[in-house]
Write a protein that binds this ligand. Structure first.
Ligand code: FES
Length: 233
């Protein structure tokens, strides 16, 4: 296992982020990838204040072909949650980032059968409004088999066949500049399975770039602009 793959999280990097505290670092390990500044479609730094509450944004991280959700929830998500991966590994999600602790990011690859948003269609996404599967709303639903994840609780599974939460994307918020950064992942990653399952398609669409690491910056778009259709459920 490479050193960069699993690292204990340091106190300094926890100060203004959703990263775990040093005490929790003894019990859990996060996977840190290259730190990427979140930018808008013009390439300007994305400020937390510019995010619209209840809107589903998407960016690719930690690989060029792996989409993630970025959501500024309508309410703070600061109470944290104790979670478990499908393999039984326990971890604690520490809550949202940003001034109101309402900004969360998760891998957009469904933990059931790896449904993910493509340019053509998205079956998975954050639903702010009520719907038959979303109930009262403010959840992430996957319309493929109706899994429902709670973005206020580390994307815990609240309904459907998904065997574990969506992987958390570790966010850092710079309180001085109000900028946001993606720094790594936490919880059950699905990236190896994802590239195994969709490698051929991704190769056709993106060539060898699909598994290249996202470095320095990640472009954030609204899901409505990322996928031309959004399946409802
Ligand atoms: S692939 Fe998402 S619920 Fe089955």
């Amino acid at each position: 296992m490479e050193r960069r793959d699993f690292v204990k999280l340091c106190a300094a990097s926890c100060a203004a982020t959703t990263l775990p505290t040093p005490a929790q670092a003894q019990a859990l390990k996060a996977r840190l990838y290259g730190k990427a500044r979140l930018v808008d479609e013009r390439g300007d730094p994305l400020r937390a204040a510019a995010l619209k509450p209840g809107v589903n944004y998407v960016f690719e991280y930690p690989f060029a072909a792996t989409p993630c959700f970025l959501i500024k929830l309508p309410k703070p998500a600061g109470s944290g949650a104790d979670l478990r991966t499908e393999g039984g590994q326990a971890y604690r999600w520490e809550g949202g980032a940003g001034p109101e602790k309402s900004i969360v990011a998760y891998s957009a690859i469904c933990a059931h059968k790896l449904t993910y948003p493509t340019r053509q269609v998205s079956f998975i996404g954050y639903r702010n409004a009520p719907s038959p599967v979303a109930g009262n709303g403010q959840v992430i639903t996957c319309c493929s088999d109706r899994s429902v994840y709670d973005p206020y609780a580390g994307a815990r599974v609240v309904a459907g066949p998904a065997p574990q939460p969506l992987a958390t994307i570790l966010l850092e918020h710079d309180a001085k500049t109000d900028e946001l950064f993606a720094a790594g992942t936490f919880g059950g990653e699905m990236f190896d399975k994802f590239f195994e399952k969709f490698g051929f398609r991704l190769q056709l669409e993106m060539g060898d770039r699909a598994r290249s690491a996202v470095r320095d910056r990640a472009v954030v778009r609204e899901l409505a602009a990322y996928s031309s259709q959004w399946a409802q459920c």
